[in-house]
Design a protein around this ligand. Structure first.
Ligand code: AHR
Length: 629
């Protein structure tokens, strides 16, 4: 084989945004992940609507240390504010003796406890009020699970109006399983909320867990896409307001800015609670610190990811369109604008220099085209310089793709966001995917891609595929692997680029491939050719209907027959989300390079609803024969 490099020819320019990072709060990526808060359920807002295993006291232990009394969560008129409705009420009836005595609570954090490092400083804060006219004393301690004290501080709470109290704690020794206790000393009724512990040493001082943020920064992303993914466009279209305070709402950026105690919690599509401590201010700041172009994704009035809803009326749609315009003003506006002034008041005088916005994520619903059109028209009318990113729906092939691809071309969007999770063989045989794209139409934003199966050879398939992205740099302007990070205690989607627990990070071969490409982005393609291209078998695709989920006992034994008559045997499946452990829904790797993947809707129904019936889901199977097989 001869490879010819045509060094004297000028190929297309390569965009500085060629490779970026897509961050979504999946796999417990925000709370318990890159958001440096160590306290889980700090505002007692966990709820069975988030996850049926949750209660307002999840991850809290009630303490009665030499004292008598109760600690319970209340939701009444004494609350901190309308956005943060639950609080903890401690009624101490008998006072114990000693510095550790009292009635209160202890938090167990994530991943087995708080990671505490000896002599490092941790900011503790709490909102509190007391019915005791003389005031009340809180004893705050860092400790081991057995109660051995690592640091102790005392806080004097004064008055029966909510106020914030802060103290710095510094543990005398390190532990990966730290506990944070807060007890009321003496007697009386004390109300507590927003009990928080954040290390002072965060990435750039902006509230991100340092080691994780550093690892992502190693990738040198040219852009940061956020906040999703499926968390963006699922849930109801309610605002968090009276009388219902809906706990499962579409992501609304305005709920995620300003003082954290005024940001409401929301159910996360991936089956847990999101505090929004990591919100739009933090995302923009993160992009700025990475020197990456921010790429927010907003909902456009139709839900995706199996959550089959659409905005019910024009008034609601208008609200979402206005929210999108307000987001652009928030990012770029000056002090004379309503939302620009808010950004400045919240501490960021300079604009975030937003230059593009993603309208929707994987949308393919009857209402989508009409709704998208209204969003696009409104954005282009108000902000002609802002580039619009459309999308090609939940499937990278077939009717959805063709239809939306044409729609986006007709709408003359700047970019189209494509997503695909396919087998390594698919990536190998699709190196030429973009060779035939229309050079005069929209540009491609490959917002999510990964080869399935979590094996080292996947990374090589991705590397091979990425050479095809770069060769077509006149068409492909942005690409990001997905998902980016996963808390190993809550891996809901696999593969991921890196895995972490409370103390360490495990990167993957895929991470090394991304890092290699992302740190060596050229400026211009040098054309090359070879005289004997490798020939790879074409993928075989087919639909398989399974109606035996309820009775199949062991899903790693599932045997299915593809439309072409080929037999696929699941030899392994990845994904350990609690709702589906043992039920085998998700992604399998199978023999002979074939794989089977649940359809998007089935996967999401199961993950989010904790579905127990397991019946009548249609799986789509795609088999790819290895070359020569
Ligand atoms: O990256 C995981 C999920 O895959 C995203 O949330 C969604 O956009 C896609 O289906």
């Amino acid at each position: 084989r001869t490879i010819t490099v045509n060094a004297d020819q000028a190929g297309p320019d390569i965009a500085s945004t060629m490779y970026g990072a897509f961050y979504e709060d999946i796999n417990q990526g925000a709370d318990g992940g890159i958001y440096a808060e160590l306290v889980q359920n700090r505002s007692f807002e966990f709820n069975s609507a988030d996850n049926r295993a949750f209660t307002p006291l999840s991850t809290w232990e009630v303490l009665q240390r030499g004292s008598a009394g109760t600690a319970s969560v209340r939701d009444d008129g004494n609350r901190l504010n309308e956005m943060n409705r639950n609080y903890l009420q401690v009624d101490a009836t008998t006072a114990g003796a000693g510095t550790a005595a009292g009635v209160g609570v202890r938090n167990t954090g994530w991943n087995g406890g708080h990671r505490l490092e000896a002599r490092k400083k941790y900011d503790y804060s709490v909102w509190a009020r007391t019915s005791n006219p003389a005031g009340s004393t809180l004893a705050v301690a860092l400790e081991t699970p057995e109660g051995a004290r690592l640091a102790l501080a005392s806080i004097k709470v004064k008055g029966d109006a909510w106020a914030k109290y802060n103290v710095t704690l510094s543990p005398k020794s390190s532990t990966a399983s730290g506990r944070l206790s807060t007890v009321v000393q003496g007697t009386g009724t004390v109300r507590l909320d927003m009990i928080s512990l954040i290390p002072q040493d965060t990435w750039n001082g902006h509230g991100l867990r340092k080691d994780l943020a550093e690892k992502i920064a190693e990738l040198n992303p040219g852009f940061l896409r956020f906040p999703g993914g499926c968390i963006v466009n699922t849930g109801s279209y309610d605002s968090y307001s009276a009388p219902n305070y809906t706990r499962s709402r579409t992501y609304q950026w305005k709920e995620t800015i300003g003082p954290v105690e005024q940001r409401p919690a929301n159910r996360n599509f991936w089956g847990y609670n999101q505090t929004y401590g990591l919100g739009y201010m933090e995302y923009f700041q993160w992009a700025e610190d990475l020197k990456a172009v921010p790429v927010p994704v907003v909902p456009v009035g139709v839900t995706g990811c199996g959550d089959n809803r659409a905005v019910p009326d024009q008034a609601t749609l208008d609200k979402y369109i206005q929210d999108t315009l307000d987001l652009i003003e928030f990012a770029n506006g000056d002090a004379s604008t309503l939302w620009g002034a808010k950004r400045i008041a919240y501490g960021h005088p300079a604009p975030y220099n937003l230059d593009r916005i993603s309208l929707g994520n994987e949308e393919y619903k009857p209402e989508f085209k009409a709704y998208f059109t209204q969003f696009q028209d409104a954005v282009e009318a108000a902000y002609p310089d802002i580039m619009v990113i459309g999308n090609t729906g939940p499937d990278d092939q077939g009717a959805n793709f063709d239809d939306l691809s044409k729609f986006n071309a007709d709408r003359n969007v700047d970019f189209v966001d494509e997503h695909y999770y396919n087998s390594p063989d698919w990536f190998l045989s699709n190196n030429h995917r973009y060779d035939s794209y229309d050079r005069d139409s929209y540009k491609v934003f490959l917002g999510e891609f990964a080869s399935l199966a979590n094996k080292p050879e996947n990374a090589l398939a991705e590397a091979s595929f990425m050479t095809g992205l770069e060769r077509n740099a006149d068409v492909v302007k942005m690409a990001s692997y997905a998902p980016l990070i996963a808390n190993e205690a809550n891996v809901q989607w696999s593969p991921d680029l890196m895995f972490f627990n409370g103390t360490s990070i495990r990167t993957t071969p895929n991470f090394e491939v991304q890092k290699l490409f992302m740190n060596n982005v050229g400026t211009q393609v040098v054309p090359s050719s070879q005289n004997n291209p490798v020939s790879l078998a074409k993928p075989i695709t087919g639909q398989i209907g399974l109606s035996t989920w309820a009775t199949a006992a062991k899903y790693d034994d599932v045997k299915v027959t593809g439309a072409d008559g080929a037999q696929l045997f699941a030899d392994d499946f990845s994904g350990t989300a609690s709702a589906w452990t043992g039920n085998g829904v998700g992604t399998w790797s199978v023999q002979d390079g074939a794989y089977i993947q649940s359809s998007t809707s089935a996967l999401n129904t199961m993950v989010t609803a904790g579905n127990t019936s397991w019946s009548n889901y249609t799986l789509s199977a795609k088999a790819t024969k290895t070359a020569g097989a």
